[in-house]
Design a protein around this ligand. Sequence first.
Ligand code: ADP
Ligand code: MG
Length: 405
Amino acid sequence: MITKQTAYEPFTTDSVVDYLKQRELINPESPVVCEEIGDGNLNYVFRVTATDSNRSLIVKQALPYAKVVGESWPLTLDRARIESESLLQAAKVVPELVPAVYENNPVLASTVMEDLSSHTVLRKGLIEGKRYPELAKHIGTYLAYTLFYSSDFGLEPAAKKELATRFVNPDLCNITEDLVFTDPFFDHETNDFPEALRPDVEEIWADDNLKLEAAKLKQLFLTKGEALIHGDLHTGSVFVTEGSTKVIDPEFAFLGPIGFDVGAFIANLILNYLSQEARLTDTSERNEFQDYLLAVIKETWEVFTETFSGLWKQDGKGAFITVPGYLDYVLSQILQETVGFAGCKIIRRTIGLSHVEDIDGIENSEARINVQRAALQVGRKLILKRESQEKIEDVIALVRGAGNE
Ligand code: ADP
Ligand code: MG
């Protein structure tokens, strides 16, 4: 029976199949299997496979609340529209780096997209010590294209403002404002850390210098509508194979500071770097893998800045774009903000709500706490020293130094 959907309803593994068949996104005659595979905190993710052709699709559906907490934490369904529109926006400039979107249904808060099950979640791959030779090039390119072409450097002012109205995202921004920029710096009930770490955490809460810098970074996040950012570009939002990279899950997208996306990616590489202190016990193996992670950070930054500079020269908008020194000024601001945001992200993932498996998965609790302690040190330094970072090598030296203290 074909029914027209007029009201929101959460899918079940049966109803999602009916839905795809009604819309002929899957052959109505095909036998299918359907599983809910979401491991995220917020949404349903269904994989539907037609077993005769092996054709498969992903259906992601937002729930009117955060899946991890339940109905006591309501969350707008509009985030599904924002996610699919953001994927479509990215596909205009880097189609090979995002999943194809086949359908977006704002009533059901659902997106039908390409199945990327041949890929691995980057976080998982890095935890297993895998290397991805194309990763830095792909993420550097993704950042440069998506951010340049959604900023005032790459768009006419009216087009930029039109973009801003489509990506007003208060609920999801509020999560970041609270969980990344506020709660970890105060004794707040959402925080989550082992008792053994309490003295280190109390040091953070008592550090007015650090809190002042966190306040400035939060202010930037609140006010700097520089470009359409992904908003949650951690290593769980990146799917990889040896030669392919796909960025998923941009439901936090809004007009924000460019450095927030660059910083999120770098922060998660640093968290993995620190976790390897406890994960890889063979010294030379560990050193080599940690060097690899720092090389990914360096190359990502280099590809990002070189590509961004090329787009600036080729497609830059406005009278000031050719003024000597302007591009360098913009890139140096982005670097400093990247570093500060990375620091906030590292602290949040260590003592705030929602940690990373890279560190939480370390079995030996003493080793885990040592890594957490090092993460707090690195996070703190990145926040406090961001304004003296002139080049990516400075940041890498800071990470190396802070981890060894
Ligand atoms: P959430 O917003 O709830 O965090 P994600 O978009 O991160 O959801 O997806 C959660 C999980 O679902 C991913 O880690 C991945 O395992 C799976 N998934 C999401 N999108 C796809 C896709 N296009 N192809 C294959 N698996 C996917
Ligand atoms: Mg996710």
